[in-house]
Design a protein around this ligand. Sequence first.
Ligand SMILES: Cc1ncc(COP(=O)(O)O)c(C=O)c1O
Length: 443
Amino acid sequence: MTDQFDKETTAALIALDRRHVWHPFTQHGTAADPILIARAKNASLFDAGGNELLDLVSSWWTCTHGHAHPKINSALAKQAEIAEHVMFAGFTHRPAVELSASLAALLPGDLNRVFFSDDGSTAVEVALKIAYQYWINRGEPRRTLIAFDRGYHGDTLGAMSVGRGSGFFGAFRDFMARVAVVPYPSTFEGDVSVEEREAGALSALEAQLSVRPQDVAGLIIEPLLQGAGGMRVCRPSFLKSIVDLARSAGVLVIFDEVATGFGRTGTMFAMEQVGVVPDLVCLSKGLTSGYLPMAVTVARDPIFDAFLGETFDRALPHGHSFTANPLACAVALCSLRLFEEEKTLERIACIEQRHREFMAEIAMREDVVRPRVIGSILAFDLKGPDEYQSAQSTALRNWYLTHGLNIRPLGPTVYLMPPYCITDAELTRSYDGLVEGLDALGS
Ligand SMILES: Cc1ncc(COP(=O)(O)O)c(C=O)c1O
């Protein structure tokens, strides 16, 4: 196995990358060369020179059980021997059927119908299309969607439209679906004005819903935690209230659990902490433990039933070449088994406990504001500019990278989201390094 490259190979690969690759969310006019990763294991990445980087971003929040897990590796290899891909219209296969049944059993209520797609953005795209067509199929077309300020749902057109409050998509503002954005009362440890902000947000939502409720197809929210918007947490009671408001206005509720699903917030799905069942839920990222791109949009039975009929025009005209790829389904099934076998939720509770102890310490710092912990995620904001890639966040990121930690601040928000296999010693190393970086840069 090649787990290190000599200097010439590294330089040649980086030169080719510089010449031919267009990286995501990157300003190539100013970006430094990317780090060449040679291999990954457990909670760590190893660069071409063999240097270890603790993956505290879980590879863009996808990696749950750890990199190169032996059981997932073998499930993947085994499925590759059986069938690597099968088109999914008019055909089905065992891993997809078993995965759909397992997800339906794990999810609450009648969230029973699993529609497969490729990534978080397509899962959201599918949810929006289902919500839109649901009303058409009922003979009561509705054109507006409601989303939350600083919410992020992906980069395809519909997902950008409902993520217009994220601040990432200014260039596309005239290219979007009709979306009303309402306030989101993010909270943190020691927040004394949360109730007031929640009341304001609820009355803004109520006002929005009262304008033309018969034109609102659905409301979409990242339950309990806005990820890319800055690891912004809300209280379960707030979430419950907005679902109640949406339901009483007859509006469909979409939970985007692309980031929160599969244990990140402490329970398998964030919705479990609220005790509500959305009409549609989007899952991806941790679904395959970060191994392969796959997503699902799961619908409640009555939503699916609205697409039944004698003619194709009532069916959902959506599908991708790689829908329900068998390799990805086999990996996802193995990942679900690991949650049981490795008692992953218990491990997440231990990580949360360690985060809380560290939060009490870091919250004492002058430069730290709004500390928060939810499940396996610790976050706080630094006093300073609220820009996505500020000089402060870039300097911090670079410091951490040169000190063995993959920590990627989101503007002023510094956070840790480790793979669940992270050891206690690695957590200690993460906390110590995090503080050293803040001290070194005098944040
Ligand atoms: C909540 C949420 N929804 C959707 C997406 C989009 O997922 P993807 O990048 O896989 O398209 C993300 C990605 O970070 C996300 O955090």
